[in-house]
Ligand binder design. Structure first.
Ligand code: URA
Length: 442
């Protein structure tokens, strides 16, 4: 077989066979197929697409390019969660302890920030002493004793995806539905959980900007998960506005803890309860309504917060900062961003809000950047709220004063103010299971 022929077949819009897909993934990981040929293939897939069968085979080939984790040493049903990425998305830190408190194990491998989006591993590392790299035995032990563990992705999990993702990032081929579906689901299949809850974000801060594209992506990922024998559900959630009010690593841990105390912002609480209910539903804990009530109970009785504290301690973290979040280190400088006119905030470009936070040091500008865990943004006003000229809409936090001006400029560009009060947007748009799409809005 020659890669040249496989590329020209896809370029002409013909479906690839299983043999061809496995040949190209194996050859690419081994280094027999060079980046320039794989780049041409990715662009051909970008324009010609892939059938569901091709996407499922690609996912399986990428998953099997490295270790397939065996979670059988962990007792009981294990449920995974994946977010397609967003700004202010600290849901894992809220949802995983809730689900564990309700008796379902969460053995989760999370990622770092990517582009304008934040990553759970970076947020966890803002807790002093917190280890996100554990041996397999330690990982199993933490889950078996505390009910949950969140760690970074092991080095040999879907190595083909690592290589392909880096190439897609520089060849303008990230936002292809079959390539995103295969990338995410290969890692989920390799991670070895029994059930998978997907949080597919939609809107200006998401990779999928339209609801219809988000639903199509969700349908493909659910089909792949179910085909592999995993109970899989996707919730389509709003990422047209940052989730919650705090953006940045330790700031987001603080907001997650507030939410576990029952004091978090309403949008974050609503999305977290839905995600937790979805995970408990997949694990067979009852109907979605029953599972939501279980999740609410775990916040109300403090058991979810106790699980977070137990996990932090088991992974070497200083739980004193979780018990009293005022002990987190604070940024040396802060600056208020003021509204430049009167009116209602009608839109917040969420990608630009993420960039504004990165510019303060909360994200990576290059692969080598060192994250400032104390940096970030506290939004004082959000979409739908009235503001007056000169009123504070956000507070920026950074360790160097010179970082403020670029970030402030980006944030002001992100915010649209006009005279008309905007219509409230839903937080949850749809759920997608193997039975089909259920729209949650009219
Ligand atoms: N997240 C992933 O892991 N892969 C993608 O392709 C997009 C988002």
């Amino acid at each position: 077989m020659r890669m040249y022929d496989v590329i020209s077949k896809k370029r002409n819009g013909e479906p690839l066979t299983e043999e061809e897909i496995r040949y190209m993934i194996k050859g690419y990981v081994k280094g027999d197929i060079p980046d320039y040929q794989m780049s041409a293939m990715l662009m051909a897939i970008y324009f010609k697409g892939m059938s569901d069968v091709e996407t499922a085979i690609l996912t399986d080939a990428v998953a099997h390019s490295g270790d397939m984790v065996d979670l059988s040493p962990i007792q009981g049903v294990k449920v995974d969660k994946h977010s397609t990425g967003g700004v202010g998305d600290k849901t894992t830190l809220v949802v995983a302890p809730i689900v564990a408190a309700c008796g379902v194990k969460v053995a989760k491998m999370s990622g770092r920030g990517l582009g304008h989006t934040g990553g759970t591993v970076d947020k966890m590392e803002s807790i002093p002493g917190m280890r996100t790299v554990l041996t397999e035995e330690e990982f199993f032990h933490v889950v078996n004793t505390t009910g949950l563990s969140v760690i970074g992705q092991s080095g040999n999990l879907a190595p083909a995806d690592k290589k392909l993702y880096a190439l897609r990032d520089v060849t303008a081929t990230v936002d292809s539905i079959p390539l995103i579906a295969a990338s995410i689901m290969s890692k989920k299949l390799a991670a070895g959980n029994d059930c998978i809850l997907l949080d597919v974000k939609t809107g200006s801060g998401a990779f999928m900007k339209t609801l219809e594209d988000s639903i199509t992506l969700a349908e493909k990922m659910v089909a792949i998960g179910e085909h592999a024998g995993k109970r899989t559900m996707a919730l389509i959630t709003n990422m047209d506005i940052p989730l919650g009010s705090l953006i940045g690593n330790s700031l987001e841990v603080i907001e997650a803890v507030e939410t576990l105390h029952g004091r978090g912002p309403e949008d974050l609480r609503t999305v977290c309860l839905s995600l937790a209910a979805g995970m408990l539903y997949l694990a067979g804990k009852g109907s979605m309504d029953e599972c939501r009530a279980l999740a609410e109970g775990a916040i109300a009785d403090g058991s979810a917060l106790a699980r977070l504290i137990a996990m932090v301690e088991a992974q070497g973290g200083e739980s004193s900062v979780i018990r009293d979040t005022s002990l987190f280190a604070r940024a040396a400088f802060e600056r208020e961003v003021k509204a430049i006119e009167n009116g209602y905030i009608t839109h917040m470009n969420t990608e630009q809000c993420g960039i504004a936070s990165s510019l303060l040091g909360a994200g990576r500008v290059t692969k080598e950047s060192v994250i400032d865990y104390t940096a970030g943004i506290a939004l004082k006003k959000k979409v739908g709220q009235k503001v007056e000229e000169g009123e504070t809409i956000a507070v920026l936090y950074a360790s160097k004063e010179e970082l403020f001006s670029a970030s402030e400029e980006e944030l002001l560009k992100a915010v649209t103010i006009s005279s008309q009060k905007p219509k409230a947007e839903p937080l949850l748009y749809a759920s997608v299971t193997k039975e089909g799409v259920k729209r949650l809005t009219e």
